[in-house]
Design a protein. Structure first.
Length: 236
């Protein structure tokens, strides 16, 4: 909805400037909610939710793409993966915190519109680093722009051994957006002061949660790859 941001951080009063059909459609949803509230006195609220993630995040979203690929690389199921703009920054929070805030919005005395965000922003590159760190793998990023890549600089977990110098990530221009949103960071001051909402999960704990889930999931894939289920006898 904020897209090409008009101010930082973005609050309930920041003008909208969507940069995708998805964002444009959300603007309609926002204003039709305001219209019904003002025209018919309905208890109708807008929650302007910044990026909220969890182990259930769709596989095509960048955070889940990263944690799935990291898990597969650590387990030897995949050699590398590709991303677009590593400099893009997002305000990532845990979906558990955001769902709790949704409930709090509906308990408020008056229907209003609310920004739900952590107030912190992190680059895609740093999200990648955090994900690999969860399995004891340190990365070096080499090059710039479309020539940037990540290689393994250390591997401290005996369970996941990847040779130092192995390239695990490259930039592919096809993943760049035609109208890129470079920076998003929300201002949760209203939620903090009026409803007392503060996030219980930081980004590191979010990544830990997602990586733990995807490692378990990819171990199942590894078992299938090794033909494990072919030897099971379901009648014993």
């Amino acid at each position: 909805m904020f897209g090409l941001v008009q101010e930082n951080p973005q609050s309930e009063t920041t003008p909208f400037y969507p940069r995708s059909p998805y964002g444009v459609a959300k603007i309609y949803g926002y204003w039709i909610t305001v219209n019904y509230r003002e025209a018919y006195g309905m208890f109708a609220c807008n929650g302007i939710l910044f990026n909220h993630e969890s182990p259930l995040r769709g596989e095509t979203f960048v955070t889940r793409k990263i944690t799935r690929a990291t898990s597969r690389i650590a387990l030897g199921l995949q050699k590398k993966f590709y991303l677009g703009n590593l400099d893009a920054k997002r305000d990532w929070g845990h979906a558990k915190d955001y769902i709790r805030m949704m409930w709090m919005i509906l308990q408020a005395d008056e229907p209003e519109d609310w920004v739900i965000a952590t107030g912190k922003t992190t680059s895609v590159r740093d999200f990648v680093k955090l994900s690999f760190a969860e399995v004891g793998i340190g990365l070096d990023f080499i090059g710039n722009g479309v020539d940037e890549k990540a290689v393994v600089k250390s591997c401290d977990n005996p369970e996941y051994q990847i040779q130092v110098g192995t390239e695990v990530l490259s930039v592919d221009p096809k993943y760049y957006r035609p109208t890129e949103v470079d920076l998003l960071v929300g201002d949760p001051t209203k939620a903090n002061t009026k409803l007392g909402w503060t996030p219980e999960y930081d980004l590191k704990s979010l990544v830990k949660d997602m990586m733990s889930s995807d490692i378990k999931l990819m171990k199942q894939d590894q078992y299938l790859k090794d033909g494990g289920y072919k030897t099971l006898n379901f009648f014993e």
